[in-house]
Design a protein around this ligand. Structure first.
Ligand SMILES: Cc1cc2nc3c(=O)[nH]c(=O)nc-3n(C[C@H](O)[C@H](O)[C@H](O)COP(=O)(O)OP(=O)(O)OC[C@H]3O[C@@H](n4cnc5c(N)ncnc54)[C@H](O)[C@@H]3O)c2cc1C
Length: 447
């Protein structure tokens, strides 16, 4: 067993405090979160104390690890924002292939701790996304086609419910709560720890191929047909990229527009190279696919390593016929005026489409594709970015699948569109048991 210790003390920060602006910030710097107060919780006792403060003052509670999906929270008046980022310890149980992570741990720390033992978590594309928010909402990983959604690979959850009680939920304890926490989001309390599965993985064959954006019209349909034949050892996505002219972006990409294919193959380099051959035959201008350690997956998607102001949003697709590709390229392809840095389509399928061992609020995603659009901009320009997100998603509307995927939805939506009527009704029942006064405020509320 290896452990990194959490070190912070819990602290209540109120408006007027010199630390206020730093304390209330979300990862998305376009947001101006104005809660009643912030607690930077360092451990489970801090969280219990925070719940008592909120109840005492008649406030609601919003839990936040990083603020990667904070936009739909909206105004936070009369709400205590409980930041769990300081609860960031990660301990790896090598024998049982599990990690126990704090309620504010981020994927990069888990991936590094696990890799020291030849293991890997079901991390997403970005090192600084929070494990808990991502997993409560589902969790689409580069390993997902082989192992399933992150939420269906949770062994247990430590949570402080709105009555101030510390509970452990797993298949044998509080089973309804355990069901709800795996896909039902942050509606049931403040998660202080999670036990998650790890999987053996030493090396990967991964990277990107780039073409000029003009080539999207012929390479995107070829990618779709190629991806349909892949085994669950390989995951892939495409991107329409408009790189800003920023110094931190490497020279060949800086300021350019590209069509990119990303590939993550969980097998040997020789097998991976054979798989990628048909794509290489399409003459990419740049080829960055190579073998490397499993932690290489944390950089594959080129996500920003620090908070940025941005607008984003996405959803699921039931299919990707030529008409859908044409419609998408009409608004976001070469020669179009789009503020979006990236429009991506990830191929899903494999174990993502299959229920896990124990029933969960989000058992599986059967739609074959997920889309995410994002543009970075100074806060006053973010409304324009969001208009481009809407326009791009509208171009794909005839092929959209419901229920959608909450982690990639960054606006307020009808909850039935995220969970479907049946799961939503059961989630509301669980919330009625654990939060009868409706104190929790999640980014995607149930009611
Ligand atoms: C750059 C980027 C890359 C991404 N890549 C992927 C990806 O590869 N795969 C994928 O599936 N998703 C991805 N996402 C989406 C991501 O999963 C969601 O944004 C997720 O909600 C982030 O969780 P968080 O804890 O970091 O964010 P937060 O905004 O802190 O949390 C989101 C919500 O989760 C709940 N929550 C968070 N922490 C707690 C807690 N301790 N207790 C109770 N509730 C809590 C709250 O309701 C909160 O409003 C990405 C997003 C971004 C911006």
């Amino acid at each position: 067993m290896t452990t990194t210790e959490s070190t912070h003390e819990g602290i209540l920060i109120e408006p007027g405090d010199p630390r206020w602006d730093e304390a209330r910030a979300a990862w998305n710097l376009a947001l101006d979160q104005q809660p009643a107060a912030v607690v930077a919780a360092g451990d489970v006792e801090d969280v219990v104390a925070a719940v008592a403060v909120a109840r005492d003052r008649g406030w609601q509670i919003a839990a936040q690890s990083t603020g990667h999906n904070a936009t739909p929270l909206g105004h936070l008046a009369d709400t205590l924002l409980v930041k769990t980022a300081p609860i960031n310890a990660v301990s790896v149980d090598v024998e049982r292939q599990r990690a126990r992570v704090g309620g504010g741990a981020i994927w990069g720390d888990v991936a590094i701790s696990a890799a020291a033992h030849g293991l890997a978590p079901l991390a997403g594309s970005s090192a600084d996304v929070g494990v808990v928010g991502y997993t409560l909402g589902g969790g689409l990983s580069w390993l997902g086609r082989r192992h399933g959604l992150a939420c269906t690979n949770v062994h247990g959850v430590e949570i402080v419910t709105p009555d101030g009680v510390v509970r452990w939920a797993d298949a044998d304890h509080e089973p309804d709560l355990f069901w709800a926490l795996r896909g039902g989001g942050g509606n049931f309390g403040i998660v202080t720890a999670m036990e998650i599965a790890l999987f053996p993985l030493e090396t990967v064959y991964s990277g990107q191929l780039f073409w000029p954006l003009e080539r999207a019209a012929d390479v995107l349909p070829a990618w779709r047909d190629w991806a349909a034949g892949l085994s669950t050892d390989t995951s892939t996505c495409i991107r329409l990229l408009r790189m800003p002219p920023m110094d931190e972006i490497p020279e060949p990409l800086r300021g350019g527009s590209f069509f990119a294919i990303e590939v993550a193959h969980l097998g040997s380099a020789a097998d991976g190279a054979a798989l990628v051959d048909p794509l290489r035959a399409l003459g990419p201008a740049m080829d960055l696919i190579a073998e490397g350690p499993a932690t290489r997956l944390m950089e594959l998607h080129m996500d920003p390593p620090h908070p940025v102001p941005y607008g984003g949003g996405g959803g699921l697709l039931a299919e990707l016929p030529d008409e859908a590709i044409g419609s998408l390229l009409d608004v976001a392809g070469a020669g179009r005026d789009s503020s979006l840095l990236s429009v991506e389509i990830r191929a899903l399928g494999g174990a993502i489409a299959e229920p896990g061992d124990h029933p969960a609020a989000l058992d599986a995603i059967t739609a074959p594709y997920v889309v995410f659009c994002v543009g970075m901009a100074p806060p006053p320009l973010v409304p324009g970015v969001l208009a481009d997100v809407d326009q791009t998603m509208a171009s794909l509307a005839p092929w959209t699948a419901l229920p959608s995927y909450g982690n990639f939805v960054e606006q307020v939506v009808d909850p039935a569109t995220l969970w479907g009527a049946e799961a939503l009704a059961r989630l509301c029942q669980v919330a009625e048991t654990y939060d009868p006064d409706g104190i929790m405020r999640a980014n995607h509320p149930l009611r």
